[in-house]
Design a protein around this ligand. Structure first.
Ligand code: B4P
Length: 195
């Protein structure tokens, strides 16, 4: 059976970093809505033109646009055995939409890996990434706004997944390798559960 795993946590917690490592090991695609949106922005598509100023402000792109983009990505052949969701869902309506999309495919969320990191190291990490990658939304003001939006709109999803019995909390304030070991163990447990 296909396995669907959500990487969940504040901006800069290591969702993308960890999901890309596991995706490489398991041949399950990493679907990062942030990367998909940045690709629309760089290609100058209609969606990219709407998303650009929103992302640069630290706000969330409207649910219907992000969900349509995710649905299209999930329909691609490489996702037939499952997917690692990195940065989606980020709101209650997105979580409800994802449940519906997965149900249409005969699947459900197998695990939600909550990568837990306090605010101070997050700001440090993202300021460092700004120096390396020059992402337009890694300025100190935008990072603060993204953390605020995370607390208001995204953090409440933890309760939903806790109630569903799929939330796994991982201490993300450790080395990338130490976090990755716990992530791999949780992903393996979810894959066994899906068999
Ligand atoms: P994202 O691209 O998802 O950006 P992010 O939250 O910063 O996470 P990312 O995965 O990039 O960072 P990571 O923690 O791996 O979203 C960007 C924007 O797109 C959003 O603000 C929003 O506007 C829009 N968007 C995306 N999805 C959306 C949705 N579903 N709905 C609406 N809008 C949406 O890594 C951060 C840094 O930390 C890296 O430099 C990494 O090297 C470092 N790092 C990671 N782990 C570490 C560790 N253990 N120790 C030290 N450093 C570490």
């Amino acid at each position: 059976m296909a396995v669907y795993i959500i990487f969940f946590g504040p901006p800069g917690s290591g969702k993308g970093t960890q999901a890309s490592r596991v995706a490489a090991d398991l041949a399950i695609p990493q679907i990062s809505t942030g990367d998909l949106l940045r690709s629309h922005v760089s290609q100058g598509t209609a969606l990219g033109k709407v998303a650009k100023p929103i992302m640069e402000s630290g706000a969330l792109v409207p649910d219907d646009l992000v969900t349509a983009m995710l649905r299209e990505r999930l329909a691609q052949k490489d996702a037939s055995g499952g997917a690692l969701f990195d940065g989606y869902p980020r709101t209650v309506p997105q979580a409800a939409a994802l449940d519906g999309i997965l149900a249409e495919r005969g699947g459900k969320v197998g695990a939600v890996l909550f990568i837990d990191v306090p605010d101070a190291p997050i700001v440090d990490r993202l300021v460092k990434r700004a120096a390396l990658e020059g992402r337009a939304d890694d300025t100190p003001e935008t990072i603060r706004e993204r953390l605020r939006v995370y607390r208001e709109k995204t953090a409440p999803l933890a309760d939903r997944y806790q109630a569903a019995g799929v939330l796994r909390t991982i201490d993300g304030f450790r080395s990338i390798d130490a976090v990755a070991a716990d992530v791999r163990a949780a992903v393996e447990a979810a894959r066994k559960g899906a068999r």
